[in-house]
Every structure is written in structure tokens, then in C-alpha cells.
Design a protein around this ligand. Structure first.
Ligand SMILES: *Cc1c(COP(=O)(O)O)cnc(C)c1O
Ligand SMILES: [Zn+2]
Length: 501
């Protein structure tokens, strides 16, 4: 829309200016470091970092209601740089000039309400936010758009060159990293480390297709992560795991979008997020806190993290009700269909602990919870959701299973409205669906295929085997008509079709 048409109070703010005094801030000792250098852990105490805007207080000078208006009007702009997560530029990366922003179509994913039948079955009003509809088909694109835009900004200023970007991945981080790096052409090469046979073939195909160096490593994700940490401490590489604080910053957009999609009203809202490395739940909480502090929203939604019983270190940590006695102990994971979240030693655990505490303190009561679900309920919930018009991955199924548990445990009640994170597209995890439908899920998963959920294709053949068309040999006109009639009859019989009158 033409800038002249915008309301007078919005006009001065509609195109964001480059501002912000961004620094890395250590979660351990509080030390601050300039963002002109690439940094992943505190050089002093080795704790993880978050990016902090020392000018954040300035954001409060604009009233919350005006912010809402700015973001609502900004939707109408046709500038690609502001079409994705940077619609919230002042909160996502105010130091990044618009021409350093990489936009590949990420963010602003659909929020889809469950149909009546599914809501009645679960017993609460709920929506899926389809983060599988991001460019590489998972929410990881939000963090990668932020991380690679910050890298492009450093490249544009000649502060870095010849970047080798690396990450460990349960599948989706590598897909996103390779995609965004490939967009920058020769300037940024990428290498990804994947646990051998612990990512789906669809996920493996993604970084291969983007031209990344792909290394398969024996073991699980946690083992790959240690190698990546060693590489980044020893060699000149750029780390793209969620240890990279820019990733967290970009993923905060998920919360901003929910606030906007629900017309800035977070009363009685509940957000469910699967937890793996715990980067996403950290970002989601942090995003809501920032909008709350600037009065863009006037209450904080409940946050429920969900973990499988086969990879539940965060759940175990919060089982101890006494804060002072809580102790984080990494777990040994077991096979999980929520494979993208199958992590025993989450990198962002210190972030979760600090941010959850801050979140509860801001809200004035406990608003952050973690629930545990079993493998059977994860996949059955995924299949149920997808039979009702959704396109969720197994981790989104985990959220739906978690919703049931949260209701049962009375962490939430049926008057509230839940928003579930479908963190990736169903297609990425179709291998688990195939195994389930063929009753072939290995027993370590502890999943039995429920007969009612199974769906398999039926191969139909004509009675007369001479009437089979092929590319090599087309049938003659008469034979082909016989073939069509015969196959139609067979299908009609299977579907109990009645002849139309
Ligand atoms: C990465 C990932 C998760 C886990 O997110 P964390 O930030 O690691 O907690 C969940 N679901 C999918 C599909 C993912 O790719
Ligand atoms: Zn420190």
C-alpha cells in the first residue's frame, strides 16, 4: 500500500529504522559482549548467551496500542524484507538493515482451528499453528532467517568472509541451515552433522539437495552436538545450532504472530510446544515476555512444554516441586517417533530455567508447565489430527497428546483455548506413518498399531490379465473400455457405491 494512505500516527514507524544496541549477554555471569564478533558461549564462564537490546527501554515509549496498529498496518507493505519474521523488526533484530535481511518466505504460518468433532473429542477449543508451512517445512526457518541475516550483515560490512556454517541436527535444523546458506551462494558454505539412521530420508534429502556437506555420525543427536561444539571451539566455523543466540531471537516471532493472529488478546490462551533442545520453548516464552513488557499484550498465556517419556530431561527436572532442590540430569534417550525432539541433554536448558522463572514472576503465578506423554499417544494423536484435516508431524502429535494430559491433570481447563505447535510438516515424518500402517514399528518404541488407524493402499487388477495397460503397450480402444468398466465395477463394489438414477 502507498505510504501516503497510512494513518498519521503509524506513518513515522511503518518502515523501521536501524536502531538498537544489541549485545550478547551471558546467562551465567551477566557479562555483555559486542555482536560484531561471532560468539556462542561466554568466554569467561562458558554459559550460553542471549541477545539483549540495551535500547529495549525505548520500545516502551511507544504505547502498546500503537505497536499493535503499526504491526497490523505493516502487514500491508509490499517490502519483502518485512514480509517474514522481520515484520517485528524492532523486536527481532533492530540493528539489521533491511537490505541485509534474507527472506525466503518464512513465518506468518496459518493458524487452523480444529473441527468440531476433534474439539469435542479432546474437550477443549484448540488450534494448530502450522509451522510445517515454512520454506524447509519446519519452524527452524524462523531462527535460520535471523541467524543468516545477521551473518549477511557481517558479510556486507566485510567483518567476516568465507564462512563455513556448521550444525548438528535431528533433521530439521540441517534442512533449514543448508537452505538459507545456499541462498547466500559462495559466500557461505554449510556442513551438517546428522546421527546416522536417526533422521528420516526426507530430512536427509533436504541438505543434500541444497548442496551442503552432509556427514552422518554414529550415535544420537547429543553425540553429534558434542562434535559440533568441539569443532566450533577449535576451528574457524560459524555455529548454526540453537546455541547461536540469533536463532532464539528469530524464533520469538512465533509468539508475536500468535499475539497478532488472536488480535492481541492472550487471555485464557495456552501454548503447547514440544521440547527437544529447548531452544523453541525458550524463544516462545521470551517473545511473550517482550510483548508483555511493552504492553502489546496485557497478559501472559500459559506455556506447556511436552516431552516423550523416551526423551524427557526437562520434564524430569521440573518433577521436583522445590526450586532449590531441582537438579538437571541429562537422560539417555530411547527411540522416539517424535525424533526431532529426541534429545537427552538440551543445549538451552539454562535458558529454559531462567526464562521460565522470569515468565512466572512477571505473571505473578505459575504459567509454565512441562508434561510427559507416551509414544503410543504421540503417534495416535498425530494420526487422529491428520485424519481431521491437519498436516502435523509427530511432534505436533506430541502437543495434542500433551493437551490431553494437561486437561487430565487440570493444568488447564476446558474454558481455555489452546494453540498447538505443528513444528514440521507431516510429510517429513511419513516414514513413521508407513511403519505404523504396516505394523512394523520396532518394539523399542513401545507402540502397537491400532487397527482402526491403519490405512493402506489397495492394488486393483483386472480379471483378464491381458487387459493391463502399460506405457510400453497401450491397449486398443475396445480392450481399454473393458478395462475401465472392470476397474470401475471393482472400485464401486469396495466403496458400496449405488448406481445413480
Ligand atoms: C527442532 C524440532 C523440535 C524441538 O525444538 P527444540 O528447539 O530443539 O526444543 C520439535 N519439532 C521439530 C519438528 C523440530 O524440528
Ligand atoms: Zn559468563
Amino acid at each position: 500500500m502507498n505510504l501516503d494512505y497510512f494513518p498519521e500516527d503509524v506513518k513515522p514507524h511503518i518502515i523501521p529504522e536501524v536502531k538498537g544496541k544489541m549485545v550478547y549477554r551471558c546467562l551465567g555471569c551477566g557479562a555483555q559482549y559486542p555482536i560484531e564478533h561471532l560468539l556462542y558461549v561466554c568466554p569467561d564462564c562458558s554459559e550460553v548467551l542471549l541477545i539483549h537490546d540495551n535500547n529495549a527501554a525505548d520500545l516502551k515509549r511507544i504505547p502498546g496500542k500503537l505497536w499493535q496498529k503499526i504491526f497490523d498496518f505493516r502487514k500491508m507493505l509490499k517490502l519483502p524484507a518485512l514480509k517474514g519474521i522481520y515484520r517485528f523488526h524492532e523486536f527481532i533484530g533492530p540493528n539489521i538493515p533491511l537490505d541485509s535481511i534474507i527472506y525466503l518466505g518464512e513465518g506468518h504460518t496459518p493458524v487452523v482451528e480444529a473441527n468440531d468433532a476433534l474439539q469435542n473429542k479432546i474437550g477443549i477449543r484448540f488450534f494448530y499453528k502450522n509451522d510445517g508451512q515454512n520454506p524447509s517445512a519446519s519452524f527452524k526457518d524462523r531462527g535460520m532467517a535471523s541467524a543468516l541475516s545477521s551473518i549477511k550483515f557481517l558479510l556486507d560490512q566485510n567483518k567476516i568472509s568465507n564462512v563455513m556454517a556448521i550444525c548438528a541436527s535431528t533433521g530439521d535444523t540441517s534442512a533449514a541451515a543448508a537452505l538459507y546458506a545456499s541462498y547466500l551462494g559462495d559466500k557461505v558454505k554449510s556442513a551438517v552433522l546428522l546421527p546416522h539412521k536417526k533422521v528420516t530420508s526426507q530430512q536427509l534429502s533436504q541438505p543434500l539437495g541444497s548442496g551442503a556437506h552432509v556427514f552422518e555420525i554414529p550415535g544420537v543427536f547429543d553425540d553429534c552436538m558434542k562434535i559440533v561444539e568441539h569443532l566450533s571451539a577449535t576451528y574457524d566455523v560459524v555455529l548454526l545450532n540453537s546455541k547461536n543466540a540469533w536463532r532464539i531471537l528469530g524464533q520469538e516471532s512465533y509468539s508475536y504472530e500468535i499475539a497478532q493472529d488472536f488480535n492481541w488478546d492472550m487471555k485464557d490462551k495456552v501454548i503447547l510446544v514440544p521440547i527437544g533442545n529447548a531452544g523453541n520453548i525458550s524463544a516462545v516464552m521470551n517473545g511473550f515476555i517482550k510483548f508483555y513488557d511493552t504492553k502489546i499484550i496485557d497478559c501472559l498465556p500459559k506455556i506447556i512444554g511436552v516431552q516423550s517419556e523416551h526423551a524427557d530431561p526437562v520434564y524430569q527436572y521440573y518433577l521436583e516441586p522445590d526450586k532449590t532442590k531441582r537438579e538437571f540430569i541429562p537422560v539417555n534417550t530411547k527411540p522416539s517417533v517424535a525424533q526431532a525432539a529426541m534429545i537427552g541433554n538440551p543445549v538451552s536448558m539454562p535458558r529454559v530455567i531462567q526464562i521460565a522463572q522470569k515468565y512466572n514472576a512477571r505473571a505473578g503465578s505459575r504459567r509454565v508447565f512441562v508434561v510427559q506423554v507416551d509414544e503410543q499417544s504421540i503417534i495416535d494423536s498425530q494420526l487422529l489430527a491428520n485424519r481431521n484435516g491437519h498436516i502435523t508431524c509427530t511432534q505436533g502429535g506430541e502437543c495434542l497428546a500433551g493437551l490431553g494430559v494437561a486437561l487430565k491433570k487440570e493444568i488447564i481447563n476446558s474454558d481455555e483455548t489452546a494453540i498447538l505447535d505443528a513444528t514440521a510438516h507431516a510429510i517429513k515424518f511419513s516414514e513413521f506413518q508407513d511403519l505404523y500402517f504396516n505394523s512394523a514399528i520396532p518394539k523399542e518404541y513401545k507402540i502397537a498399531s491400532n487397527h482402526d488407524n491403519i490405512n493402506l493402499p489397495s492394488l486393483l487388477m483386472p480379471d483378464d490379465r491381458n487387459l493391463v495397460p502399460s506405457q510400453k503397450k497401450r491397449l486398443g480402444e475396445k480392450d481399454f473400455q473393458k478395462f475401465v468398466a472392470d476397474m470401475s465395477d471393482k472400485i464401486a463394489l469396495r466403496l458400496n457405491l449405488e448406481i445413480s438414477t
